[in-house]
Unconditional design. Structure first.
Length: 143
């Protein structure tokens, strides 16, 4: 129960949680996937992301960050990955592949979390790192 209480302090502001419905099969190798991935990708943002530090509530309020971990007993740490960068998430329920831009990456209580924005819907969300395929920062990524 104590573990669950700690996660309650993971502040997720104005996002849709996809933890239960998303898992990534890596590498993504389904028929037609390469064609879908070749769709136009936007340029990576020059601002509006967190790199090299953890996010604060103020960052979330300013929409610079997707989430902020607010627990006085334990601290989060930034993950050493390229931010921003492109990524893919496969929803096994709908069989759709989401094309996303990673805006934030933090280690919280031994788990790696990624904050991202879906490039089609512009919705922001959080997912575990193991559920997302990182594609790097070169435009336009291809599978």
């Amino acid at each position: 129960m104590r573990h669950k209480k700690n996660w309650v302090s993971l502040l997720l502001v104005g996002i849709t949680l996809l933890f239960s419905s998303l898992t990534l099969s890596s590498p993504i190798t389904h028929a037609g996937t390469a064609e879908k991935i070749k769709q136009r990708w936007p340029a990576l943002p020059m601002t509006g992301f967190i790199k090299g530090r953890v996010a604060t509530k103020k960052d979330v309020d300013k929409r610079i960050a997707v989430f902020a971990y607010l627990n006085g007993k334990t601290k989060s740490m930034p993950i050493d990955i390229e931010v921003p960068q492109y990524g893919l998430i496969k929803n096994h329920k709908t069989k759709k592949i989401l094309r996303v831009i990673i805006l934030q990456a933090e280690l919280i209580q031994g788990q790696e979390w990624i904050g991202y924005v879906d490039i089609t819907t512009r919705l922001r969300a959080v997912i575990r790192r193991k559920q997302i395929k990182l594609l790097g920062n070169k435009c336009c990524p291809q599978q």
